[in-house]
Write a protein that binds this ligand. Sequence first.
Ligand code: FRU
Length: 489
Amino acid sequence: MELPRGKSYIRLDQISQEDIDNLILRVNSCTWRQTFHIQPVSGLLNDPNGFCFYNGEFHLYYQWHPLGPFHGLKYWYHTKSKDLVNWENVGIAIKPDEYFDSHGAYSGSAVEHDGKLYLLYTGNTRDENLVRHPYLCIALMDDEGNIIKSKKSVLDKVPDGYTEHFRDPKLWKVEDRYYAVIGAQRTDETGAVCLLSSTDLLEWKFEGELATNLDNFGFMWECPDYFEMDDRGILIFSPQGLEPQGDLYQNIYQAGYVLGEKIDLERRKLTHGDFIELDRGFDFYAPHTMKDPHGRRLMVAWMGLPEIEYPTDINGWANCLTILRQLTLRDGKIIQTPIPELQSLRKAKTVAQGELSDEKKVIEGFSGVTYELVCEFERGDALEYGIEFRASEEEKTVIKFDAVQGKVIMDRALSGKVIGSKHGTERKCKLDGDVYKFQLFVDSSSVEIFVNDGEEVFTARIFPDIRSQEIRFFATGGRAAFKAVKWDY
Ligand code: FRU
C-alpha cells in the first residue's frame, strides 16, 4: 500500500518496509532536523505523554503518527534517558489496535504501582459515521520494558453533561488513592476539567467536575495537569477557543496555568487566580510535568500546535518536544529554568562584552546553527536592545526589550520559511523591570528564549536558510552594555 497523504487511519503494519525506508530517507535529508530535541524518526509528533522516572530511568512517551506529517492514526512512542539530555528511541509503546483505541492511542500519563508502570491513556474510536467515542485505557510496563495493554477499557462511557471530547488523563497519588484530572467539554460546548479516582488504577470512579472560576473559558480544555508546589495547587491546561486579547492568546490555541490553594478533593474545588500563559512564543502546547527523584518539578511540551503546517511537512515529518524546564514558584508565579543537565551539551565557548551606542555589532566567533547563548544586558538610555540571530542579509530572528513599552518582543517575520502567519509574526509580553538577561537555546529549526532567569519564556520553531548564521547585538536610541557567552552545541 502507498503511504497515505491526507487524513486517514492507516496502520504502520499496512505499509511496506520499502515505503517506510523511503520515508525515513526523505526525513533524514531535511536540513531542519533537530540536534538536541526529541523528534520523530518520521511522521508527526505531538503531545508528550507518560513522563516519569521508573526503574532507574526517565521515560518519556509522545503522540506519534509515523506515516506522515498529519494527525492520522496515533501511537505512543517511547523514549528513555538516564540524564534527561540524551534520549534513546525505544520504539512503539502503545499500538492502536483494539476496539477501545482503534482510531488512536491518545494522550495520557504514567504512575508506578506495585513495581509496574501504569500508563493511563485515552482510546480514541470513531463509529461508521465517524462519530468519536473515547475510552479510558490502561497499559502496564514491567521492569524489562514490556508493555501490555489491558484487554478492556476502564471507562467506556462519557459521563452525562459532557461531549465526546473527554480525554488526556493525568495521574497523581494522594496517600493510597490515585486521582486523575481529565480534559472535557461540557454539552454547552465550554471547556472543563473532571476528576476521577481509583485505588488500584484498574477500577475508576468518576468523581465529577472540578469547580474553578473559569466557567466560560474556551470550548475545550486539553491535557490538564495538576500538582502541588510550596503548598500551592497548580492546574496546567491547554484551553482551545480563547480570543486574542491585547498581547495575550495570540496562538491558535493556548497553554497555561492557574495557581491557588491546594485542590479540595472532597468538594472538587480549586480556588485560584488568573490564567497565565506558560510561554509567550509561537509554538508551545500540551505541557506535561513530573516530579523527579530529587523532588524537582520538570516540564516538557510539544513545540508545535494543532492545525498549523510546518515547512518540514514536505520531508515527511513535523514537530519536536521542548527542552526540559524546571518549575519553581516566585511571587505567585511559575518561574521556568532550563534544567542544568543541559550544560553537558556545551562545547566550544566564545565570550564578548562591550557597549552598544545606537548601533548593531557583529562579533567574531558569534555565529552558528546550534548553540546556547547567554547575553546579559545593562540598560543605559537605550530605547530598545536585543539580539538578532540565525541572520543573513535577508533573514533574521529578533528578540529584544522595548524599554518604552516595557515589553519583550520576539519577531520571526524574517526567520525564513513562513509558519502560521495568519496568527501574526510577532509575540510580546510585559515585564515588571528591564530585561537583564536573555538565554537562548538555538537548534537547527527552533529557539527557546528564557528571559531574566525564567520569568518568561519564548518558544518558536524557525526555518531559516542553513547559511543564516550571524548573531548581532544591538541597542537603538541610546546606550546599553552587554556581556555574552556562547557555547556551541
Ligand atoms: C492535544 C491532543 C489531545 C489528544 C491528542 C491526540 O494536542 O488533541 O487532546 O489526546 O492530541 O493526538
